[in-house]
Design a protein around this ligand. Structure first.
Ligand code: AVI
Length: 326
């Protein structure tokens, strides 16, 4: 039996697959011991990291959030017409965003399944959405969507098809090989008649990309440095945040923004009793944000068994929302 919490309302159920959130200390020790040093971006999102990411989404330089939202608003009716009503809408991520609301309003699915690794965020976002859609059956699933998802309860729901929604260009934070594996798993979950709607950030003028990850207010820098603050508070470490700086640049060859934290001087840092030496100017790689042209992404999706059906791109050619079918 899948563990589940008591229903919040007759229309809502909460299934907790008790995902392993990762072994923070092991991952940090391994990452700092590697050459070059690296830390996983999945650890950005503690409570402060989530707040900072929300602030990033509001920045004038950070175009993806508002551009994707405008695409959803402008084309929601078209998207819904292509997908058809009465489906099972499965969203990867917490799903309390305005983008989700726009889609729910036009698509009118048989049921909505938000999937997220963070139980608290999932419960809060589910309660918020449920208030706006009181008649919509919601099955919230606390799980790691980077792993195969097995939820027997979903088999019992009568729906025309499964539609997976993955907004936000989060797929860009995976390497192309990981993205490929992720799409393969999504195809399996969607099943024979399934479809996927996915937001993907486009390749563009490197100056625009550079500004988006080096905002004038320094919010992205704080978001990056917050990872060190988190390691200090959760893993008994002594990073001096004033002795590291945020670095973000577009790597043209790899087609991605890279974020790093650079040591401003030679220094030794201790994490839970383990010592790590940093040379002056040495960098820790903290995030990739891969950018895909429409054709590049369609090729990736095709290699994972999806058929590209339609793509919506804004007039400035900043962002794409792809509709794929199995
Ligand atoms: C979550 N993800 C899609 C963001 C991105 O743009 O890659 C994370 C982010 N990193 C710095 N700014 C935003």
């Amino acid at each position: 039996m899948t563990p589940s919490l008591p229903p919040i309302s007759p229309h809502i159920s909460f299934i907790d697959l008790q995902p392993v959130v990762g072994r923070f200390l092991d991952d940090v020790i391994a990452g700092l011991g590697a050459s070059p040093k690296a830390l996983s971006p999945k650890y950005f999102y503690d409570a402060r990291g989530c707040e900072l990411f929300e602030a990033i989404c509001e920045l004038p330089e950070y175009y993806p959030t508002r551009t994707e939202l405008a695409l959803m608003r402008d084309h929601a009716a078209d998207m819904a017409a292509q997908l058809g009503g009465g489906g099972l809408l499965i969203e990867f991520g917490s799903g309390a965003s305005v983008k989700t609301e726009v889609l729910l309003r036009t698509l009118r699915p048989a049921a909505y399944v938000p999937v997220d690794i963070a139980a608290d965020a999932l419960q809060a976002s589910t309660a918020r959405l449920a208030a706006g859609f009181p008649q919509l059956p919601i099955i919230a699933v606390c799980a790691d969507y980077m792993q195969p998802l097995r939820v027997p309860e979903l088999e019992r729901i009568k729906a025309s098809r499964r539609v997976i929604y993955f907004p936000g260009s989060t797929i860009g934070n995976l390497t192309p090989a990981e993205a490929q594996e992720f799409l393969l798993r999504a195809r399996d979950l969607a099943g024979a008649e399934g479809a996927m709607l996915i937001g993907v950030d486009l390749k563009k003028d490197p100056d625009v990309l550079h500004a988006a990850y080096n905002d004038a207010e320094g919010v992205t820098a704080e978001f990056n440095l917050n990872l060190l603050r988190r390691i200090n508070s959760e893993l008994a470490a002594d990073f001096d945040l004033d002795q590291f700086r945020h670095v973000a640049f577009y790597n043209t060859t790899a087609g991605r923004i890279e974020m790093h934290l650079e040591s401003l001087r030679e220094q030794t840092v201790t994490v839970s009793g383990y010592s790590f030496v940093f040379a002056a100017g040495e960098r820790m790689h903290t995030e990739n944000s891969c950018k895909y042209s429409v054709q590049e992404f369609q090729r990736l999706a095709q290699a994972a068994g999806f058929r590209p059906v339609q793509v919506w791109v804004d007039a400035g050619r900043l962002f794409a929302v792809h509709l794929l079918e199995v």
